[in-house]
Design a protein around this ligand. Structure first.
Ligand SMILES: NC(=O)c1ccc[n+]([C@@H]2O[C@H](COP(=O)([O-])OP(=O)(O)OC[C@H]3O[C@@H](n4cnc5c(N)ncnc54)[C@H](O)[C@@H]3O)[C@@H](O)[C@H]2O)c1
Length: 253
């Protein structure tokens, strides 16, 4: 919850990967608070349907097709968001994936590059495109998606992804520290398994193991992450910066 009533009313959130899972849930939560939501995704129809539900919830929604790995796509989407709403107050970099599960010796160069392009370069592109606008306003919050996999190393299932999320985490620290004095915060969230289409690449055994290994005996829900995005973007605790927040139900692996 924000400290100031109606804190999000009329403020603008730019989400990548908004068509599904955590991005979609975050669009719903910000719409509930009366925010403008720019829903971007490579899934154009999915983004359009999210923007539509933002409208139904009383917020203003804008759907844009945007591949975060393509810098010119990102620049165009940011320009369109600025044209429509005049500012971007919050950036939520949710687009990301492990692409496919692989043990370390099975990772080929194509999988490695694809994983880093999407998770690391995509986050880099969006931050570099949005930060100048935040600096003009002397205010802004960036929330990046890291992962609890940065602690486990994704051993035997996704070390390519875990290491890419490690890079996202490190970039978050650098950006958060560089711009803290100019009103821009940057932090990341590091969940363990969350019940979204992301997990469609996991085998039944993997899913069972991650649920059984969790003291809460379940995966996280996307709306639990979305509420944390809202909290960290709010004025409730502006001291959260250049760090990651683990959301795991107590799971360590
Ligand atoms: N679900 C989990 O268990 C989990 C755990 C830790 C971290 N994460 C991270 O959370 C974030 C959100 O994951 P999710 O669970 O909502 O996944 P999801 O698969 O439900 O949604 C990901 C979205 O990203 C979009 N996307 C893929 N490539 C894109 C690209 N090049 N440009 C723009 N959009 C693109 C997809 O179309 C999809 O809508 C990801 O960064 C993921 O790595 C997820």
């Amino acid at each position: 919850m924000a400290k100031t009533p109606d804190y999000f009313q009329g403020k603008t959130l730019f989400i990548t990967g908004a068509a599904s899972g955590i991005g979609k849930a975050t669009a719903d939560v910000f719409a509930r608070e009366g925010a403008n939501v720019v829903a971007t995704d490579i899934d154009e129809a999915g983004a359009a349907s999210v923007a539509q539900s933002v409208q139904h919830a009383g917020g203003s929604g804008l759907a844009l097709c945007c591949d975060v790995t393509d810098r010119s796509d990102v620049d165009k989407a940011v320009a369109a968001a600025m044209d429509r709403f005049g500012s971007i107050d919050f950036l939520f970099n949710s687009a990301g994936s492990a692409i496919k599960r692989a043990k370390f010796l099975d990772i080929d160069e194509k999988l490695w590059d694809k994983t880093y392009d999407l998770n690391v370069k995509g986050t880099f592109h969006c931050m570099q495109a949005v930060i100048p606008h935040m600096l003009e306003n002397e205010k802004g919050v960036i929330v990046n998606m890291a992962s609890n996999a940065t602690r486990t190393g994704g051993a035997a299932k996704s070390p390519h992804y875990a290491s890419a999320k490690g890079a996202v985490h490190t970039l978050t620290i650098g950006v958060g520290r560089e711009f803290a004095g100019q009103g821009v915060r940057c932090l990341s969230l590091s969940p363990s398994a969350v019940d979204t289409p992301f997990q469609h690449i996991s085998s039944q055994e993997m899913l069972k193991a991650s649920i059984n290994g969790n003291p809460m005996n379940r995966m996280g829900y996307p709306d639990e992450i979305a509420e944390l995005v809202l909290f960290t973007c709010s004025d409730a605790c502006e001291f959260i910066n250049a760090d990651t927040l683990y959301v795991t139900g107590g799971a360590k692996a």
